[in-house]
Design a protein around this ligand. Structure first.
Ligand code: KG4
Ligand code: ZN
Length: 360
C-alpha cells in the first residue's frame, strides 16, 4: 500500500488530497479544494491574482488535507504535484511547495500532467472506469478526445481547433450576461429554452467525413460562439406574447439551448465515432464541462447504441482537484518514475504517453 499526498495549483483552485492504495485499488482519504471566488469578481482568471491566492493558502490547504486523512507528513510515501499545463505562476506555487516538502521530509516527488489527472478522476469513484476506454476531456482550457488502451498509453484522436468547450460556455455566458465561470449558468438557462426555436449549425460535423479526415475527430467552437453573438444582437421579436422582459428572457433561454444542443451534439458524435472505431465498451468523461447533465444524458443515450457505458465524475472530481493528481501519480510511482528537484512548471506540454499515430 502506498500513501500519496497530491497538490494541484494549475489554475484557480488550490487543492490537496491524500489517497492510498495499489494498482487500481485506491481509497481517497481526504480532498480539500479552495476555490478563488476572486475570479468571479474579476470576470475571469487573473494570473497574478491566482498565484498570490495560491501562495496565501497552499500551506493551510495541505495541512488540512493531511489532518482530514488523519496522517502526518512522515506517514506519506510520496508527494505528487501538477507541473503542466496551466498558468505558470500558479503552477510554480504548487511545484515549489511540493519540492520543498519532499526535500524536507526525504520523500520521492512525482510530477503529473494536469490533463492526465483528469483521465483518472472517474476511477476514484467508479472501479470500472479503467482502461481500455474512450476519453473525452472537456475543461476550460482543453478539449481532447483520446483512446486509452491502458494507463500511460494515450492515442490523441482529436482536439479543438480554437476554443475549448468550457471556454465556449464561458464566452457564451458572457454574451448572455451570466456570471463567470458560466458553464453551469448556461446549462440552467438552456434547461428553460425551447429546443425548436433557435438552431445553430453543428461545427465540424458532417456525414461525409471519413476516419482518415483530419476533421473526423476534431472540434471547433469559435464559429458557434459568433453565431450566438449574432443571435443575441438580432434580438428578434417573439410571437409568444408576454411583456418585453419575459420575451427577452425566453429568447435568451432559447439561444442558450440552441448553443448547448449544438455543442453537445458535436461532442457526443465525435466520441461515438471514437468508441466505435476502437471497439471500446467504456467512455470516460473528465474536466469541468463533464458536470453538464445535458452532455452526460446525450452521451449515455447515444453510446448505448454502441453498447458502451459512460462514466462521469461527480462535480467535485470533474473540476480541478488534487485527488485525480494523486491518483495519476500513484500509477507513475508504481512504474518507478520520480521527478528531481530541478522540476519546473510549464504552461503547455503534450500529455505524456502519447502513442505513435496521435494527432499532435
Ligand atoms: O476542469 P475545470 O475545472 O478547469 C480547467 O482545467 O479549465 O473546468 C472549468 C470549466 C469552465 O469553463 C466552466 O464553465 C465549465 O468547466 N463548467 C461547465 C459546467 N460546470 C463547469 N460547463 C458546462 N456545464 C456545466 N454544468
Ligand atoms: Zn482542469
Amino acid at each position: 500500500m502506498t500513501r500519496v499526498l497530491g497538490i494541484e495549483t494549475s489554475c484557480d483552485e488550490t487543492s490537496a488530497a491524500v489517497l492510498e492504495g495499489a494498482g487500481d485499488d485506491v481509497t481517497q482519504r481526504s480532498l480539500v479544494i479552495l476555490s478563488q471566488d476572486v475570479h468571479r469578481v474579476f470576470g475571469g482568471v487573473v494570473p497574478e491574482i491566482a498565484s498570490r491566492a495560491h501562495l496565501t493558502s497552499i500551506v493551510a490547504v495541505v495541512d488540512q488535507a493531511l489532518h482530514d486523512a488523519g496522517v502526518a507528513l512522515p506517514d506519506v510515501d510520496l508527494v505528487a504535484v501538477t507541473y503542466a499545463p496551466g498558468l505558470v505562476g500558479a503552477l510554480l506555487v504548487g511545484v515549489s511547495y511540493a519540492k520543498a516538502l519532499a526535500f524536507a521530509a526525504g520523500l520521492p516527488l512525482v510530477a503529473v500532467h494536469h490533463m492526465e489527472g483528469h483521465l483518472f478522476a472517474s476511477a476514484l469513484e467508479a472501479p470500472d472506469a479503467v482502461p481500455p476506454f474512450t476519453a473525452l476531456l472537456v475543461s476550460g482550457g482543453h478539449t481532447l478526445l483520446l483512446d486509452v488502451s491502458r494507463w500511460g498509453e494515450y492515442r490523441l484522436l482529436g482536439s479543438t481547433r480554437d476554443d475549448a468547450a468550457g471556454e465556449a460556455f464561458d464566452k457564451v455566458a458572457k454574451l448572455l450576461g451570466l456570471p463567470y465561470p458560466g458553464g453551469r449558468y448556461v446549462e440552467e438557462l438552456a434547461a428553460r429554452g425551447d429546443p425548436s426555436r433557435v438552431r445553430f449549425s453543428r461545427p465540424m460535423l458532417r456525414r461525409d467525413q471519413a476516419p482518415g479526415d483530419p476533421d473526423y475527430y476534431d472540434v471547433s467552437f469559435s464559429g458557434l460562439k459568433t453565431a450566438v453573438l449574432n443571435a443575441v444582437r438580432a434580438g428578434e421579436p417573439d410571437a409568444r406574447g408576454g411583456s418585453d422582459a419575459e420575451q427577452h428572457d425566453a429568447r435568451r433561454a432559447d439561444i442558450a439551448r440552441g448553443f448547448q444542443d449544438a455543442l453537445v451534439d458535436t461532442l457526443v458524435e465525435k466520441t461515438y465515432r471514437a468508441a466505435r472505431a476502437y471497439g471500446r465498451e467504456r467512455v470516460v468523461l473528465g474536466g469541468g464541462v463533464a458536470c453538464n447533465r445535458a452532455l452526460a444524458r446525450a452521451m449515455r443515450a447515444r453510446l448505448a447504441d454502441a453498447g458502451a457505458t459512460v462514466y462521469t465524475p461527480s462535480a467535485r472530481l470533474a473540476t480541478d482537484n488534487a485527488a485525480m493528481i494523486a491518483r495519476a501519480a500513484l500509477f507513475h510511482y508504481e512504474r518507478g518514475e520520480r521527478a528531481g528537484l530541478e522540476l519546473n512548471a510549464y504552461a503547455a506540454r503534450p500529455i505524456p504517453g502519447l502513442v505513435e499515430g496521435s494527432r499532435v
